[in-house]
Design a protein around this ligand. Structure first.
Ligand code: GYE
Length: 329
């Protein structure tokens, strides 16, 4: 008798577990998709404010009211989770596979599987390295190298009169296009400015917690830091916390000049307050852009293979409250 109760309890537990497992969506994706376009979206994770805004944009766009069934999978910053999600989308026979790649390498095999299944693949945000461009339909996202170049051009102007500057470089998730492009921009600046030195470089994985951790370490090691080149806003917030705790000054009236990327609303507020000196925008509102591509494909049209988003940048000396009010994220 006791044994039976246990078996029943186990079965019940297994049923509950299978309901919650991997269910980034509330519903079974294969259930009643009549008339809806099914989109499988593999998201990087939830590491930053940028990412949250990006996920919201995708969810808002690919809603049932708009004629879609979105199968949303959060990869928790792991390549293997993304590959598993894409395989799941293939099995589900979704109409479109969309993914924001965690890192650039490692996609060819799974993309071949998608191609063999005849499912169009749209890459969004970051890019991939592939031996065959025909393995994806198209890409929409940011020019990260350009973002880095824009930040460095500002530095060259701001530090023109200085014979030497000590730079701390907080990198994003290693191997992601956002990290690679922004790092290349800074490296090119260091290569052509003999007085620029990167005294410390480490990854904060695009998160506030790790940004703080790395900066705490750096502050203990170095007394003179002129510039913090920080590859996203969230890591900058973490680094600022560390500097506050160590009573080190930063921003417009401080010892450490901060450059950051993303220019989210909170990032722009920090820029207006003079805490971040220069913030380069990275626009996360990709939902409507991906939808425009899908609508083209639905009509049998050929979308642009690569579509770069226009972006701006904000200087603490010139930013206004209106710039912040105009921010949708
Ligand atoms: O800058 C960062 C996020 O890939 C553009 O990823 C994106 C980057 C963004 O975590 O905040």
């Amino acid at each position: 008798m006791k044994k039976r109760v246990w078996i029943l309890l186990c079965l019940l537990f297994m049923m509950l577990a299978s309901c919650t497992q991997g269910s980034n969506d509330s519903r079974n994706p294969s259930e009643n998709t009549e008339g809806l376009i099914v989109v499988g979206f593999s998201q990087v994770g939830a590491e930053s404010d940028w990412r949250h805004a990006n996920s919201k944009s995708m969810r808002d766009t690919f809603s049932e009211e708009n004629g879609y069934r979105l199968v949303f999978r959060d990869a928790q910053q792991k390549l293997e989770n993304q590959i598993a999600a894409i395989r799941e989308f293939i099995e589900l026979k979704v109409d479109y596979i969309v993914f924001a790649p965690v890192s650039e390498e490692g996609w060819d095999d799974v993309l071949r599987e998608a191609k063999a299944a005849g499912i169009p693949v749209i890459i969004v945000d970051r890019m991939i390295q592939t031996s065959d461009d025909n393995l994806f339909t198209c890409w929409v996202g940011s020019d990260f190298r350009k973002e880095g170049d824009v930040a460095v051009a500002w530095m060259e102007n701001a530090f023109e009169a200085r014979s030497s500057i000590n730079i701390v470089h907080l990198q994003g998730s290693m191997g992601s296009s956002a990290q690679i492009g922004r790092t290349e921009g800074l490296q090119a600046g260091v290569d052509r400015n003999s007085g620029w030195e990167i005294i410390y470089r480490d990854s904060g994985d695009f998160t506030q917690v790790k940004g703080k951790e790395v900066m705490e370490y750096v502050l203990k090691q170095y007394t003179r830091i002129d510039v913090l080149y920080c590859e996203n806003d969230n890591m900058a917030y973490g680094a600022m916390e560390a500097m506050d705790m160590a009573a080190r000054t930063y921003g417009v009236n401080g010892e450490v000049t901060i450059l950051s990327f993303d220019a989210t609303r909170t990032g722009l507020e920090a820029t207006l307050q003079g805490k971040i000196n220069y913030n380069v925008e990275c626009n996360p509102l990709h939902g409507p852009r991906v939808e425009a591509v899908i609508l083209q494909l639905e009509k049998g049209e050929v979308p642009d293979k690569l579509a770069y988003v226009e972006e701006m940048s904000f200087d603490a000396a010139t930013i206004t409250q209106e710039d912040i009010d105009a921010r949708a994220y």
